[in-house]
Write a protein that binds this ligand. Structure first.
Ligand code: HEM
Length: 428
């Protein structure tokens, strides 16, 4: 199952876990924020609550989890040597946590001083992270499209954070910059150039491995990342050219390649020989169906301008992308990585293999599928709440509860690791 992985350089288990254990609580905070804010929170993408929620999910949940996963994935899957992972993680993770809280509070309460305070922390945290990861990704002798997608994703993260910092400073100090266009370019790089690029690159590697599918077709892996990059560069030209002309011309083919990625992944799942329906596979299915729903909704947005003129339409797209696609895919991935890391690190303690508990014992299957169902319910309730604001509080509650459950599942896995580790040590 893990034939193409090399574990010699895997970092200490605390490195990915310090990111994974924090991430769900940012998601839970997002749910609580919705409960607190109530009916007006999702009226448009520009409400303080919507901007704060976006970053609780994008930075608090997604970025924390993706950084933790990269520390693990780079040495193990593409043979990259990350410089002093424990030191870097111990520095980057708390800085990132603090910066996210400051940015979210600054957006929510409209406090320029908090926005400005977040910027140097982000530049330091992400600047340091991007540097060590980029060095590892460029120095590895490995080849392949996963590696190229990861290189592009890291560049996408750097661009996103630079544009986000510019936006935060512009809002804090009232600089004369085209805020809406800049925000659209920033979100394009954040969701497309960073998050989707990384998700796709990692999928080429882990979907066949974890979900026992055939590999992605090589024509697809060779073209997807480059096309995405090309569209993002064209999308960024809106800062210089006429926006009304460009948007649909770029958006339609972009939505088409998103559908191609989602459709291919669903097809691979559907045609695999052994049908396993574990939480990871189901979570990926939810993510890919959300991506297809996003592509269809995006097409409607451009085809029917009178519908797109409703400010809630973009919020609907945001919920589909952030909670439907990325939270689902990342959670599914964590449910595979965490039990495996527990097993790997226990097995490295030197005990006979028979003494190391099975991966299935690390997080109970029922707890994962129960949490998955609650997450799906939360996504559906949030999507409904966009049009029926009376539902926002219950939807926020469902979202908070699903993240709390995820947090408990992951914390339980860590406790089990510690328990088994102590048993093995005592036996030795
Ligand atoms: C790395 C992942 C990030 C992602 C995926 C991301 C995503 C987004 C999205 C989707 C929006 C639009 C929200 C909306 O329309 O409601 C947005 C806006 C914004 N982002 Fe980010 N962001 C990221 C990082 C950052 C960082 C690091 C900063 C600050 C240093 C930042 C600052 C901002 C600001 C200030 C706005 C709002 C601009 C306005 O009100 O016009 N973002 N971001």
């Amino acid at each position: 199952m893990h034939a193409s992985l090399s574990f010699d350089q895997a970092p200490p288990i605390s490195v990915p876990y310090r990111f994974f254990l924090v991430a769900p609580w940012f998601g839970a905070t997002a749910g609580i924020l919705l409960v607190w804010a109530g009916a007006d929170a999702l009226g448009s993408r520009w409400t303080p609550e919507a901007l704060a929620l976006t970053h609780l999910i994008a930075l608090g949940f997604m970025l924390q989890a993706m950084c933790g996963a990269l520390f693990q994935f780079i040495p193990v899957a593409v043979g990259g040597n990350v410089w002093r992972p424990r030191l870097v993680a111990n520095t980057v993770q708390p800085l990132l946590l603090l910066a996210t809280l400051l940015l979210v509070a600054g957006l929510l309460f409209g406090r320029p001083v908090l926005l400005s305070a977040a910027v140097p922390l982000f530049l330091l945290a992400i600047g340091g992270f991007v540097t060590v990861v980029a060095l590892a990704l460029w120095q590895t002798p490995a080849t392949g499209m996963t590696l190229w997608a990861m290189r592009m994703a890291i560049a996408g993260l750097a661009i996103t954070v630079l544009l986000g910092s510019l936006l935060a400073e512009a809002l804090a100090h009232g600089f004369a910059v085209p805020i809406v266009d800049l925000t659209n370019v920033h979100l394009g790089w954040g969701l497309g150039g960073w998050a989707l690029m990384l998700l796709a690159g990692v999928s080429y590697h882990v979907v066949p491995m974890f979900q026992l599918t055939r590999p992605y077709p090589s024509w697809f892996t060779r073209s997807f990342g480059l096309l995405l990059l090309g569209f993002l560069l064209a999308w960024s030209s809106r800062l210089l050219l006429d926006d009304a002309l460009w948007s649909p011309l770029i958006a339609y083919p972009l939505l088409l390649i998103l559908s191609a990625y989602a459709g291919t992944t669903l097809w691979l799942q559907y045609t695999r020989r052994r049908k396993i329906h574990d939480a990871t596979s189901l979570y990926f299915r939810v993510a890919m169906l959300s991506m297809l729903a996003f592509a269809v909704s995006g097409t409607v947005y451009f085809l029917r301008p009178e519908l797109g003129a409703d400010p809630r339409f973009v919020v609907w797209l945001g919920v589909l992308a952030l909670v439907g696609v990325f939270v689902s895919a990342i959670t599914g991935m964590m449910y595979k990585i965490v039990p495996f890391l527990n097993w790997l690190h226990l097995q490295r303690l030197g005990a006979p293999i028979s003494a190391v508990p099975n991966m299935k014992k690390m997080i109970p299957a029922d707890a994962m599928t129960g949490q998955l169902r609650l997450h799906v319910l939360a996504v559906l309730m949030l999507l409904t709440a966009v049009w029926q604001p009376g539902l926002i509080r219950p939807a926020g509650l469902a979202l908070a509860a699903s993240f709390v459950w995820l947090g408990c599942n992951l914390a339980g896995a860590v406790r089990r690791y510690q328990g088994f580790r102590d048993q093995i040590r005592a036996a030795a």
